[in-house]
Design a protein around this ligand. Structure first.
Ligand SMILES: C[S@@+](CC[C@H](N)C(=O)[O-])C[C@H]1O[C@@H](n2cnc3c(N)ncnc32)[C@H](O)[C@@H]1O
Length: 235
């Protein structure tokens, strides 16, 4: 199953639908934007709720494997690249910051084990394009260890069910997995930020699955915790 075709098909729906995560996205954007400057690469589209004023002061490139997901950014005048996160077309040591906004859980090669391997590939590629002491920003939906291992056991069944709707497998990793992957790929100075908005309620509706925009569930039934991890490329 080709994720670029999936996202090409669903780009209009994705950009036109609020998944119910507005407050989380606002906090994440604020946190990322307080830390980034200079030449910035955002891989897997832009971070949601970004500030026009902040990005106009950056030398920003947006990369994505889907031409349709890139379209609004290209039309907004941003520099774009049709690239896979695992094989970026940029030279070594060319960015001050790389942002991975809600992309890593989609790079799975259709298996839980492969998904872990692919995260390592992306981080190695990010480290290659980062300048010395450059920083990576991972905005993700993390899960507890118990959910992570349940996901591993259920992955073949989940892949089968999603396959009926032509939706590729997604794998939400635990915060511990991301931290250990960053360390193994020679990143240091790790920082974790949890964008938990005050006043949220367990029954706030969210749309958890791209490709099924009619499916809304109370937040409590979707056991993920948004997380922004950042780390410095050590050489
Ligand atoms: C859930 S969307 C996130 C879009 C945007 N960053 C946001 O947070 O609203 C995931 C994005 O990752 C892109 N993507 C999936 N696999 C990718 C890959 N291997 N390399 C680059 N981008 C990828 C998809 O095309 C899609 O634009």
């Amino acid at each position: 199953m080709d994720p670029s075709q999936f996202f090409d098909r669903h780009a209009g729906e994705y950009h036109g639908t609020d998944a119910g995560m507005r407050a989380v996205h606002e906090l994440s954007a604020q946190h990322i934007e307080e830390g980034i400057a200079g030449r910035v690469l955002s891989v897997g589209g832009m971070w949601p709720r970004h500030s026009q004023e902040v990005i106009s002061n950056l030398d920003l490139t947006v990369a994505d494997v889907s031409a349709e997901m890139l379209r609004p950014h290209r039309e907004a005048g941003l520099s774009t690249a049709l690239d896979d996160a695992r094989a970026l077309s940029f030279s070594d040591a060319s960015f001050d910051h790389v942002v991975l906004p809600l992309v890593l859980h989609h790079i799975t090669d259709q298996s839980w084990i492969a998904a872990r391997r692919e995260v390592h590939k992306v981080l190695a590629e990010v480290r290659r394009v980062l300048k010395r002491a450059g920083r990576v920003w991972i905005s993700e939906l993390s899960v507890s260890r118990a959910i992570y291992w349940t996901e591993a056991l259920a992955a073949p069944f989940t892949r089968l069910v999603l396959g009926f709707a032509d939706i590729p497998l997604v794998v939400m990793h635990s915060a511990e997995f991301y931290r250990s992957a960053l360390r193994r790929e020679s990143f240091g100075d790790l920082h974790s930020y949890y964008p938990d908005p005050p006043g949220g309620s367990w029954h706030d509706p969210i749309r958890p699955i791209i490709g099924l925009p009619w499916l809304k569930v109370p937040r409590a039934f979707y056991p993920v915790r948004p997380l922004v991890l950042s780390a410095t490329a050590a050489r």
